[in-house]
Design a protein around this ligand. Structure first.
Ligand SMILES: [Zn+2]
Length: 356
C-alpha cells in the first residue's frame, strides 16, 4: 500500500466535505436549522440500580444534543435541597440553581416575583422564564412547575414531581442556548411556582375564582393578558411527571388535541411508540388549564395514574431515569421544530390571503 498523491488527498477531502454536508442536511433540521456550538457526544445512560426498573435498552443516538445524564444531574441537585414548597429557603436555593444554569447557557432569564393568597396565608412566589428570542414575536412556551407539594409530617422530595421535568426543561435550555442561529419563532421556558395545593387535595380549599393550586401559571397568564401578549403566545407544552423509569404517557383529555397529536406522532417517529400511548390520562387539573381558559393551545405531558409513588415519601431518585427524561426531551425538541414549521406556514398563508 502506498500513500496517496496530493490529488488523491484533495479528492478524499472533497468526498469527506460532501459527506459532512449530507449529514448536516439530515441532522440540522432537528435543531432549528442551526448547529449546536459545543455539542459533546451524549454519555451513555447509567444503569439503574433500583429493583423498580426493567433494564433500559440503549437508545439509538438522536441528534438533538439532549443529554439525559445532565437532566438527571439537575434532578439530583433539586432533591438534595430537600422538600421545596413555595416560600421555603429550599425553593429559593432551587430557584437560584435554575437561574444560574439558564444564565450559563446565554438565555435571557427573568424572575417574576409575586405574592399569592393561600390557605397558609400570603406566600412569596416567583416564576422563572428563560427566553430564546426568534425572528418573530410568536412564542412557544415549554413549562414545568418547580415547587414540591407541602407536607407537614412527610419528607417529600418529589423526584418525579417535579425534579425530573425541571431537570429536563433545564437541559432543553442548554440545547436551545447552544444554537448558533436565531430560530424563526421565540421559545420561552417557564418554571412555575406554586402548582401544588397547600391543602391535602387539589380542591379541598379555595374557590373557583381563587383556587388553592396553579398559583404560578395563573399569575403568568394574568401577566400575559396585562402585557397584551396572549395573541403572540402560540402554544404551551407542559411537562409534569415525565421521569418514571417505566415511562408511559397517556393522553390528557383537556389538552389541545392537534398539539397532542403532533407530539405523540413525533414521539412515535423517534421510536417511542410504547411511551406515547393512546389511553386516556385523567388528571383533574394542572398548569396548562389557565392557558387553555385564555384561548392558548396547550398540552400536558404527564404520567399520573400509572405512577404509584405520586405524592408519597418514596417519590425518590431511584424511581426516575435519564433515559425517560431523554425520551421526553428529544420528543419536545423535535416537536418544537414541527411547530415552528407549522407557524411559518400559517404566517405565509395569512400573508398570501392578505397581501399588502
Ligand atoms: Zn404533584
Amino acid at each position: 500500500m502506498t500513500h496517496g498523491t496530493s490529488r488523491d488527498r484533495s479528492r478524499h477531502r472533497r468526498i469527506l466535505t460532501r459527506a459532512c454536508s449530507v449529514l448536516l442536511l439530515v441532522f440540522v433540521p432537528l435543531l432549528f436549522a442551526a448547529c449546536p456550538k459545543n455539542q459533546k457526544p451524549p454519555r451513555q445512560p447509567r444503569v439503574g440500580v433500583s429493583s423498580d426498573a426493567t433494564p433500559p435498552k440503549p437508545l439509538p443516538p438522536i441528534p438533538t444534543g439532549f443529554n439525559g445524564e445532565r437532566a438527571m444531574d439537575h434532578a439530583r441537585k433539586q432533591i438534595e435541597f430537600g422538600p421545596r414548597p413555595p416560600g421555603s429557603p429550599e425553593l429559593e436555593k432551587t430557584r437560584r440553581y435554575i437561574v444560574d444554569q439558564l444564565n450559563s447557557y446565554g438565555l435571557k432569564v427573568t424572575v417574576d416575583e409575586f405574592t399569592a393568597k393561600t390557605p397558609h396565608g400570603d406566600k412569596k412566589m416567583a416564576n422563572i422564564t428563560a427566553e430564546l428570542s426568534g425572528e418573530t414575536k410568536t412564542t412557544i412556551l415549554v413549562g414545568s412547575h418547580y415547587d414540591t407539594k407541602f407536607y407537614k409530617d412527610m419528607q417529600f422530595v418529589g423526584a418525579n414531581d417535579p425534579a425530573a421535568s425541571v431537570g429536563t426543561l433545564i437541559e432543553i435550555g442548554r440545547v436551545l442556548g447552544s444554537l448558533r442561529d436565531k430560530p424563526k419563532v421565540t421559545v420561552k421556558l417557564v418554571f412555575f411556582d406554586g402548582e401544588e395545593a397547600f391543602c391535602e387535595n387539589w380542591s379541598d380549599c379555595g374557590n373557583p375564582d381563587n383556587p388553592d393550586n396553579t398559583y404560578g401559571s395563573r399569575h403568568y397568564v394574568a401577566q400575559l393578558k396585562a402585557k397584551k401578549e396572549i395573541e403572540d403566545t402560540y402554544a404551551l407544552i407542559l411537562l409534569d411527571m415525565i421521569g418514571y423509569k417505566k415511562l408511559e404517557l397517556g393522553r390528557d383529555s383537556a389538552s389541545s388535541r392537534w398539539l397532542q397529536d403532533l407530539i405523540w406522532e413525533t414521539g412515535r417517529e423517534l421510536g417511542h411508540g410504547k411511551v406515547f400511548v393512546d389511553r386516556e390520562e385523567g388528571i383533574g387539573g394542572d398548569d396548562h388549564e389557565p392557558f387553555l381558559r385564555a384561548g392558548i393551545d396547550a398540552v400536558d405531558i404527564i404520567q399520573l395514574n400509572s405512577y404509584p409513588h405520586w405524592h408519597k415519601a418514596d417519590d425518590t431518585i431511584d424511581k426516575i431515569s435519564a433515559q425517560s427524561m431523554k425520551i421526553v426531551g428529544d420528543t419536545v425538541l423535535a416537536s418544537l421544530l414541527k411547530l415552528q414549521d407549522r407557524i411559518t406556514k400559517d404566517t405565509d398563508e395569512k400573508n398570501r390571503s392578505n397581501p399588502r
